[in-house]
Design a protein around this ligand. Structure first.
Ligand SMILES: [Zn+2]
Ligand SMILES: [Zn+2]
Length: 287
């Protein structure tokens, strides 16, 4: 389990890498552009090379790019859907330039979930055709199920993932702990934990899960309220995370925090929480 956090790219990619180093990260996630809109700033070769040198020296890997929030690949409206295809293809190219291993996207939202799943599937296929890149895998992130979000049940997320893999596309899953919990996979209690394991195994398959987003939840299990909390300070708490990271597959995956931050100290505290938990689990195995 490599532990890292989503870091800001303010000031460029080199600065982002330096932030990750100073936080003691072993992996890191970034946006390649502003997550809320506007044109993407071109990546400069110099900045990207500097970033790489820093990441390599500090052995920070994998590098993960998160696509911006505003795109909706599941959109009913053609113009919105086309814009999503355009941005996903650009992000695939930018991720390839950055030599990122993964690009994480949200499945999107649509009143008609079935239509939404088909739209997202075709959007991803189209984006890969346009981008024409290699080396980057696209990860579909499980949603909280807020509003008309699709992809919050492992059944539909797994089906979407498998239909894309059938097209020989490099697609996998990113499991967000806050989203799973508020989508009613209450892994803090034995029945909920077992149910989640069963569904991931049956509908997704463990080999498709590549990354964990580690966030505590402000909302209760089943609330579908998507707001992240600091680790140990939300409804999930230590026991839930202990379940997750004691698991033979989940406990081996790169783990990226997306916890709220007012200052660097918040990041330090959340990283420390997760490092302590990892230590505790390792010790427990030896006894
Ligand atoms: Zn996300
Ligand atoms: Zn997430």
């Amino acid at each position: 389990m490599r532990i890292g956090i989503h870091v800001s790219i303010a000031g460029g990619m080199k600065k982002a890498a330096a932030r990750a180093v100073s936080l003691g990260c072993e992996t890191m996630q970034i946006f390649s552009r502003s997550p809320r809109g506007g044109a993407a700033r071109p990546l400069t070769e110099h900045d990207v090379q500097d970033m790489h040198r820093i990441l390599q020296e500090a052995d920070i890997r994998p590098l993960v790019v998160h696509a911006p929030y505003f795109l909706n690949a599941a959109a009913k409206e053609k113009a919105t859907w086309r814009a999503a295809v355009e941005i996903i293809s650009q992000e695939l190219q930018r991720a390839a330039t950055l030599q990122a291993a993964y690009l994480v996207i949200h499945c999107g939202h649509n009143e008609d979930a079935e239509q939404g799943l088909v739209r997202t599937q075709t959007a991803v296929m189209e984006a890969f055709t346009v981008a024409d890149v290699s080396g980057v895998a696209l990860l579909l992130e499980n949603a909280a199920g807020m509003g008309n979000e699709i992809g919050f049940r492992f059944r539909e997320l797994g089906a979407l993932c498998h239909s894309l893999r059938k097209e020989s596309l490099p697609v996998g899953l990113c499991l967000d702990s806050c989203h799973a919990f508020v989508a009613d996979y209450d892994f803090t209690v034995p029945e909920g934990w077992q149910n989640m394991l069963n569904e991931v195994e049956e509908y997704c398959g463990w080999e498709t899960v590549k990354l964990i987003h580690v966030n505590d939840a402000v909302g209760k299990a089943g609330s579908r309220f998507d707001r992240h909390a600091a680790l140990g300070k939300g409804e999930i708490g230590g026991k839930g995370f202990k379940n997750l990271f004691s698991h033979p597959v989940l406990g081996q995956l790169p783990a990226v925090l997306e916890t709220p931050r007012k200052s660097e100290q918040d990041d330090q505290e959340n990283l420390e929480f997760l490092r302590r938990l990892r230590q505790e689990i390792r010790k427990g195995r030896h006894h």
